[in-house]
Ligand binder design. Sequence first.
Ligand code: TUI
Length: 313
Amino acid sequence: MYTDICEMLGIKYPIFQGAMAWISDAELVSAVSNAGGLGVLATGHLDGEGCRAEIRKIKEKTDKPFAVNVMLLSAFVDDIVKVICEEKVPVVTTGAGSPLKYMAQFKEAGVKVIPVVPSVAMAKKFVKDGADAVIAEGTESGGHVGKTTTMALVPQVVDAVDVPVIAAGGIADGRGMAAATMLGASGFQLGTRFLVAKECTVHEKYKEKILKAKDIDTTTTGQSTGHPVRVLRNKLARAFEALEKNNASQEELDALGRGALRRAVKDGDVDNGSVMSGQIAGLVSKEQTAKEMIEEMYNEYKEIMEKASSLIR
Ligand code: TUI
């Protein structure tokens, strides 16, 4: 499982823990990094100083590489980028937009930049702008998603760019990782599986909903706003669907969405809150430590990859 991205970042396994706003804090990030993967701090819910405090906590808990995700729609993005550079964070992932505005600042501070991309065009553009690698994220992912599936997106991005490609969306075990390897990926990013890690501080009710979810239980809300978000179907998702069917205004949709992720993550209100999840939730069936997850997935991967060559006679 040792690939070019392991070499570039100094990590043991090419397994990234996807950033999840309100959820992936110092506790989860350090657990994943200590287990040999790349923990990724979410900052979508933080201001600059909140971000600095989490980074300092991570540094106390691990001496391994970790990343900070910059959610480019955040109101505090300028402050967050400044803090990341000051704290000499080794790796940044970006989401929900173009990192171009901050590229020079990151390069100057020696920060590796790995944007999430939902399309080939975006991958080519961000690599031209200086990205060190890209995360090709399929529509199977939880949260804010594009339209193309991981299966179709990853090989097309691999062919279009000359930097390592990390596959995201629909991966939660060694089989998914082996499949992504066959598509040309150098690494894998997982969010949904790490939601039920023992070190994940998300509300127990949120974990229960993920553990109980079946293959067809997610939907995307906010299609009409241009920011579709994949969530587990619940009362809030149905209210969104009803509003969208009636061509509700952006303001009405925003009002319904405001505070909804926090409500699910912190208060455990999984009926009226936004329970973001990938389509692979149906495969996620047990709570384990991040280390147990990573080692189990590595062993599954090793067995599959060793068997694969015997299919050719
Ligand atoms: O960012 C994500 N997933 C997220 S962010 C998030 S927080 C949120 N909460 C409520 C509503 C909306 C967001 C929850 N999940 N994934 C990475 C990702 N980035 N997916 C798609 C993209 C993307 C989209 C457009 C990347 C670049 C891009 O470029 C647009 C442009 O014009 O540059």
